[in-house]
Design a protein around this ligand. Structure first.
Ligand SMILES: [Zn+2]
Length: 257
């Protein structure tokens, strides 16, 4: 038994930091790693816009990703985040979806998928911006034809729950585990040289465990063991977050918790 690592690249859009994305793409190609790339269909989030993006060149690049066997995810619609709404995961209180009525969420998701399809990049996965989604988002995802695989949650392997497929995403940097399926989320636009070097070392060391074909992922109905793992992981995550917030408050550093 050995672990499977999946790379997920977030915040792809025409205004991404292309130089850094090209660097990461070069490394992944060299190692034959097939990531999931989370594409924002119509980015309106200025905080992740690095300017100078060319729409035509970006969508051509996105079609190349697809033809290379990369998994395509729809990453929201506009990536416009609101705060203060309940989300299924306790990772952040930012969301483009949470708190909106079901009909509005279904219409946003349908539009997002239609845009990617019209560009020749039919998505298989859904990645919620800032991990923010609620029960209405999940209900809307189920109505899509076909439903998208949710790339998020704290499980240790892919599972099916209430007729939706979940591919857990638990890591933001490479970390060794003896078993399980682990998605490492990277944001190429903001990665430093050191981040890229650290990821490359981990990938080279564990290359045999990296996913190279998305159709080989195996989804099974969620079991009690899966649920237990999720609760435990979530409890540890909440505890670490509280500690980080408390330390930041003690040191007088402003940190929204
Ligand atoms: Zn994002």
């Amino acid at each position: 038994m050995r672990p499977i690592y999946i790379v997920r690249l977030d915040d792809a859009h025409p205004g991404q930091f292309s130089q850094r994305w090209d660097q990461i793409e070069h490394i992944l190609d060299e190692l034959n790693i097939k990531p999931i790339v989370a594409i924002i269909p119509e980015n309106q989030d200025e905080s992740i816009d690095y300017g100078g993006g060319c729409e035509t060149a970006f969508w051509e690049k996105a079609r190349q990703w697809r033809s290379k066997g990369w998994g395509i995810a729809v990453h929201g619609l506009h990536h416009l985040l609101r705060t203060g709404y309940y989300s299924v995961l306790p990772i952040s209180d930012h969301s483009e979806f949470s708190g909106k009525p079901y009909d509005e969420q279904l219409s946003m998701l349908t539009k997002a998928v239609d845009i990617l399809r019209s560009k020749g990049c039919t998505p298989e996965y859904f990645v919620a911006p800032a991990h923010g989604f609620d029960d209405q988002t999940l209900a809307a995802l189920k109505r899509l034809d076909p439903p998208l695989i949710v790339s998020d949650s704290f499980g240790f392997r892919p599972y099916i729950k209430d007729d939706l497929k979940f591919l857990p995403q638990q890591l933001w940097r490479g970390r060794w585990f003896p078993f399980g399926v682990w998605t490492i989320c990277l944001h190429p636009s903001t990665m430093t040289k050191a981040d890229i070097a650290r990821f490359t070392v981990f990938a080279r060391r564990n290359l045999a465990s990296f996913l190279t074909q998305h159709h080989r992922l195996n989804f099974q109905e969620q079991t009690t063991l899966d649920q237990f793992w999720s609760w435990t992981y979530e409890a540890i995550f909440r505890m670490k977050k509280r500690l980080t917030c408390r330390t930041a408050a003690t040191e007088g550093r402003a940190r929204p918790c």
